[in-house]
Design a protein around this ligand. Structure first.
Ligand code: NAD
Length: 541
């Protein structure tokens, strides 16, 4: 920026539209869904601003109707990854030198395109690809992605403003250089917003990116790329490759110019990538930045002073929205005996009232889980719970994959607080509840802390302030996002920066400047005005 200290537009959260019957947004998304569902798209790789077709393709089908094909996508070979890296490094020469306001304008434009002309399309794509209801699609692919794009700019300007002190004879300046080399974004299926944010926030800070989306999110990834292209992201800055994740990763991580991994997905894959980076450490020109947000075993603890209806709502919303496939979804709950009768009644009533089916029918609250692998895994745990003496299914427990991968929202009650489904991330519409003696509140908090390897989200519901304070202290390291009298899901960019510690990730808080700070390498410039010309200090006499 040469000719002005520019202010960035003040970021505000995108209002969530209601999609209530009769609203224009409901009609627009229904129309987009119907058109996209009927037609077939062909999704290329995006390398150096070109659409690359390899003719080695895979089909795309909605999880709620897996025999229906909505398109194909092309799979990369080793040579495509190598080309993508080479072109990214070439693009870096100009992109990394572009004044920040030029980069920023591109991503602000992307936000406005999603808020306006692309809103129905990106929501419909997310409903089709990831089986989200319109509400879940709206809060993710429209609002959260818009928020990321707007707020990141504000975070970037906060970072750039952070400058050291100077004196009258020396001026100290810090420039926030992009990382030297190229970066790698690996994104999960469950949030279109995360898929858009991981590559774009690195690019905003001046980096060039190889982006590998999840195979189950290709349709909405394509809409993101359409938006980025229209917004003016130059050729080679964000390159998208699909296909064999291991092959792609092997090529990327064995390149000496690899300088940063921005990952969201399962703990197991993240640990594998970290190990691979460690094994390759001697080949890199710079120490790569590693940021990963991973799994969770998120909890709800109710105290005896909590309101049972509120506890039940936190459970049913927290555990079952988007079929429990949010990293923050409640999947274990601890309820005091004195509240259990009421909480149980309300939870069963709620779950029985859920309608399940295609997201196109807007009466449905629950749709399908993402793919057959996930369906089979969940069915296995449900079957096991039916056999185990220390587990009881109080509602749900059925599943059917004849048309789509439908799992009934399921509540397991266990007498064993360390029962498998109290500890393992299932990533589906299953919650396990342990009922504790009221007098054992303190012991139960300890149990919550010790039961899982994860520390992503958690919630305490209580009206007794001492009980809230006790939980806040006892669970200090059990969750990176801790909620008081709320469900543990639904973090909003700019309001609740998101991330967990322990096995849940590096906790670099997506939706905050802390995350963006990982994608720059500051250079300090000290300029001295009267340069010394005699080596002798006064003490030498
Ligand atoms: P996943 O780990 O299966 O896949 C994530 C990404 O890794 C995908 O792009 C996938 O293709 C890729 N991948 C798979 N194998 C790979 C390999 N060998 N090398 C390189 N890349 C590979 O996760 P998912 O099923 O897409 O998403 C669900 C998981 O993500 C859950 O564990 C959830 O908790 C987690 N998640 C965490 C957060 C968070 O902020 N903490 C947010 C969303 C999702």
């Amino acid at each position: 920026m040469g000719k002005g200290f520019f202010n960035v537009p003040v970021a505000v959260n995108e209002p969530v539209k209601t999609y209530a019957p009769g609203t224009p947004e409901r009609e627009a998304v229904k129309k987009a869904y119907a058109e996209m569902y009927r037609s077939k798209i062909d999704v290329p790789l995006y390398i150096n601003g070109k659409n690359v077709k390899t003719n080695n393709t895979r089909t795309m089908s909605p999880p709620h109707d897996h025999k229906h094909v909505v398109g194909t996508y092309h799979l990369a070979e080793k040579k495509h990854i190598e080309t993508a890296i080479a072109t990214a490094l070439e693009a870096r020469k100009t992109w990394s030198q572009l004044p920040w306001e030029q980069r920023a304008a591109i991503f602000l434009k992307a936000a406005e395109l999603i808020a306006g002309p692309y809103r129905a399309k990106i929501n419909a794509a997310t409903m089709i690809a990831q089986s989200k209801t319109i509400h879940q699609a709206e809060i993710d692919s429209a609002c959260e992605l818009i928020d990321f794009l707007r707020f990141n700019l504000q975070f970037m300007s906060e970072i750039y403003k952070e400058q050291p002190k100077s004196t009258s004879d020396a001026w100290n300046r810090v420039e926030y250089r992009p990382l030297e080399g190229f970066t790698y974004a690996v994104t999960p299926f469950n949030f279109t917003a995360i898929a858009g944010n991981l590559p774009s926030c690195m690019a905003l800070m001046g980096n060039v990116v190889i982006w590998k989306p999840s195979d189950s999110q290709v349709y909405s990834a394509k809409v993101i790329m359409d938006v980025f292209e229209e917004a003016g992201v130059p050729a080679g800055v964000i390159n998208v490759v699909f296909g064999d994740a291991k092959m792609i990763t092997d090529v990327v991580l064995s390149n000496p110019d690899f300088s940063g991994l921005h990952f969201t997905g399962s703990t197991e894959i993240f640990k594998m990538l970290w190990k691979q980076i460690g094994n390759n450490i001697n080949i890199y020109k710079t120490y790569p930045r590693i940021v990963g947000e991973t799994g969770g075993k998120d909890f709800i603890v109710a105290h005896k002073t909590a309101n049972p209806k509120q506890v039940a709502t936190a459970i049913t919303r927290g555990a079952f929205e988007f079929q429990g496939q949010k990293c923050s979804a409640a999947s274990r709950a601890y309820i005091p005996k004195s509240l259990w009768k009421d909480v149980k009644k309300y939870v069963i009533e709620d779950v029985k009232s859920f309608k399940m089916g295609s997201p196109e029918d807007m009466n449905n609250f629950i749709t399908a889980v993402i793919h057959e692998g996930s369906f089979n895994k969940l069915a296995k745990y449900i079957d096991q719970a039916k056999k185990d003496k220390d587990a009881e299914i109080i509602v749900g427990g059925n599943y059917d994959k004849s048309k789509g991968y439908f799992i009934d929202p399921t509540v397991i009650v266990t007498t064993n607080p360390k029962y498998t489904t109290m500890c393992t991330e299932l990533f589906g519409p299953v919650i396990t509840i342990y009922v504790y003696e009221d007098k054992d509140y303190s012991k139960t908090l300890k149990l919550v802390d010790e039961t899982s390897e994860y520390a992503l989200t958690g919630a305490i519901l209580a009206t007794d302030r001492y009980a809230i304070e006790e939980a806040t202290k006892a669970l200090q390291n059990s969750a990176g996002n801790f909620y008081i009298n709320d469900k543990p899901t639904g973090a909003v960019v700019g309001q609740q920066p998101f991330g967990g510690a322990r096995a849940s990730g590096t906790n670099d808080k997506a939706g905050s400047s802390q995350n963006l700070l990982r994608w720059v390498s500051p250079r300090l410039i000290k300029e001295t005005f009267v340069t010394p010309s005699d080596y002798r200090y006064p003490f030498l006499g």
